[in-house]
Design a protein around this ligand. Sequence first.
Ligand code: ADP
Ligand code: MG
Length: 993
Amino acid sequence: MIGWVLKKILGTQNQREVRRLTPLVGEINRHEEALRALSFDELRGKTVAFRERLARGESLDQLLPEAFAVVKNCCRRFTEEKRKIRVRGQEILWEMIPFDVQLIGGMVLHSGRIAEMATGEGKTLVATLPTYLNALSGKGVHIVTVNDYLAARDADWMGEVYRELGLTVGCLQHGQTQSERRAQYACDITYGTSSEFGFDYLRDNGMATTPEDQVQRGHFYSIIDEVDSILIDEARTPLIISGPVTVSTHQFDKYKSIIEGLVRRQNALCTDWANQAKERIEKGDLQGAGRLLFKVKMGSPRNKLLLKFQEDPGTRRAVDDAELEMYQDTRRTELYKTKEEMYFSIDERNSEADLSEMGRTFLNPNDPNFFSVPDLITTNHDIDSNAGLSAEEKLKAKAAAQAEYEEASQRIHNISQLLRAYCVFEKDVHYVVQENKVIIVDEYTGRLMPGRRWSDGLHQAVEAKEGVQIDRETQTLATITIQNYFRLYEKLAGMTGTAETEANEFKDIYRLGVVVIPTNRDCIRKDADDLIFKTRREKLNALIEEIKKRNAAGQPMLVGTASVESSEIISRMLRRENIPHSVLNAKQHQLEAEIVARAGERGAVMIATNMAGRGTDIKLSPGVAELGGLHVVGTERHESRRIDRQLRGRCARQGDPGSSQFFISFEDDLMRNFGDSRKIAGLMTKLGMEENEGLQHPWLNRSVETAQKRVEGRNYQVRKHTLQYDDVMNQQRTVIYAWRSDMLNSTDPRPEVFETVDERITSEVEARAGTDPVDLEGLVHWANSAMPVGLQKEDFQKVGGKEEWAKLLKEKVREAYEVKVKFENPEAVKALERFVVLGAIDRLWQEHLYAMDGLRTSINLRAYGQKDPLIEYKNEAYGMFGELMARIKEEVVHNLFRSASSLSAFESFLSALPQRAGRGELPMQAQAQPVESDGSMSMQSGGGSTLVEEVLAPIKRQGPKLGRNDPCPLDPNKKFKNCCGATGSKGCLKVGA
Ligand code: ADP
Ligand code: MG
């Protein structure tokens, strides 16, 4: 009902929007007609004229009709002169002039919304219209594609239009150097993938140390192609630049063998129950069997016997009944008791594992409590109400209780992740082991994802299970989610064939409206009802028969799968039948694009995971239309309806004939985990289902769709959750990056530096003056150890209260600084000042990120105690950020006088210091050890004359060449090869080293 109302509203709103834009189409076309009389040179001259008009104050909106007309007219000229364009090494004949619906799509993109346009409607061309218009501003338009190949293809192909009209086009590719990247961004238009754009942002703002190191020049307007894939599918994994941490806290290898024992016991138990269930079934006691099997499901969801029993709809329903019954509120205690009959229970939907008393006793017979979380609330309460304790003792006792609690949580978390690794994650389904590494298999596309890791210790748990090297945890050096990266743009737009089902999410998270653009010609695709089978085996057999039948008639087919594994199974079956076919796994983009383009040829059979060849057009070859066009078969319903629509949309483009159908079975993951199998089983009995025969009915489609909606909802929650956490980080990142960027780009950093120094002084004075009695001694000590001010207690006492103290300090520190810079080269001083701040920000921000990672993990653990983790997280993150800012300021003050652009300047400065200061008070003397642990650019004894370079070229990572066996400046107790060298870096990662 609600869906219907929504559709009604969306539908009419959408039509209204399209109608609203239609008059402009007429206007564009009139302009275009007028342009036909011009020479090509005159047409090119329009770009310059538009730019002048913009400079005189006209708006992009005002220019739109004429600018779109110029692009359209340029396309017309290309078509008429039969221009050939070299696209990725192949000649393509240009034969397209934007249709009216494409003009409307272009307007929607210009207005900062999502244009939903079906596959084959020519979105690549649509993007040129708003891109040309917005690029006139000179601020840079970024076009985001799903892979490097498409970025390069579109830059070659559409680039012809832009270049012809006098604009420059760039293209980001993985592996480009910094200066190459800069050149791409300097262009009016830049094509690239979302991760190239995102990582450049992180490098620019988290690592670059001079403006010349930065490659981007702002975030003005971006058009995202296949926007659902980028903003929804990819959004669950943030972009992270990371390095390894030095200490590891996990205990997976320690618990591995004992957990194996536990899992063995549990499996034996579950198999036993499954066998008992078999007896019950034979005796006709389906209900009893259902209860037993439900227990198996809780204890070992992937138990082979259980999966086999569930192939039978009757048994399946009995299990579901038992489950439903148990989850009723009135049965809570019984559910609890059932859980206590096994060693641990697993909730496959939430992917959680819980130890029972039995399990805890097995793991540690002497102290089962070792594996349960202490009740912190009661403990704290007891401590508070213990009259025998002093306030201090209470605090101590609470701190001890807290520490114990965290330790126990950590332990339980380790165990829980190991149990998941053993009982939920299956080798060759969820991951593969290659070259001693656990590599994740993407659940959506079947692609291997080398380099990605499950978070929260799960990856290490799986590594422990497989007995491969357990990788050290990595530390985040810089991170951003795709969502937050794209929120940086002043204007954002997207295009895809499938946005409508996710319209709410686009609206909520990105404030992007969706407008559905009508197709150029009516779509005549025939979508058949799903064909549903009891088992996967039956389904696949029927599928092969279907392929054989259509293939014999010569009709081309595209078979979409949900994973590489099922692509390969189907391929094996087809080989046995001697049916020639190709298999695509989204691994080699260019090659696959070329193969997919031929999927419309007579007799072609193409098996593809759903990402493979995306963005490539499938044209029908002559004679194929008469056979019914391309037929698409889905071998499984995807978790998300959107992906299914995407697959269907690959046929019947531009008015071509085409058809589609999905083959599904009760053993498919979607049905197993989210299907309302009770209802479906009921339907099946009602409709009469035979062995080896598929069933087809609109009701079944609806059931499947309900399951999909359920998963979509859950996945949306997951993404929103990630975002809520990242929002906290995002605010902090914005503050830090803005500060950093100001410093980086300021031509005179000194006022900024002193602002920081002043803030630090004020807060220190406030703190010292705020105690009772006033801590003047402390203030004097702090001042002299932080800055060479040479002030004594009496100097302060002479001037009065805290305002005056702060003022005095601020004056003195400026005087001292004047003395210092007298000996230096003014340009070098600027670089140095900049670097003092950047060095402090970078080092401490990275430390902060590490701490935030830790907070994130410990907060998740805290969910075991009854607190809202997000609120806890926000509170603590806020406090930590305050501390971070204070520490950065402290470090700036501290390093300002401990750095110099050359050794001689520093020595001159030292000898010129006021005698009174007593140089002993300055920690510079304490620098007998070559490098201070604070990682700043402290002066080093025996530093030599190369210091200027070192100082001026901080995080560059290519500083002076270090021998592999030289001590590493980051940790002088280690050799370089074992310290920073081990990360693959050519130089020490220590700031300023
Ligand atoms: P989409 O990204 O919307 O799926 P593409 O941009 O890949 O579609 O274009 C599909 C095909 O349609 C391409 O072969 C392209 O050459 C063709 N095409 C696009 N626009 C036009 C047009 N106005 N006239 C003729 N052919 C067009
Ligand atoms: Mg496309």
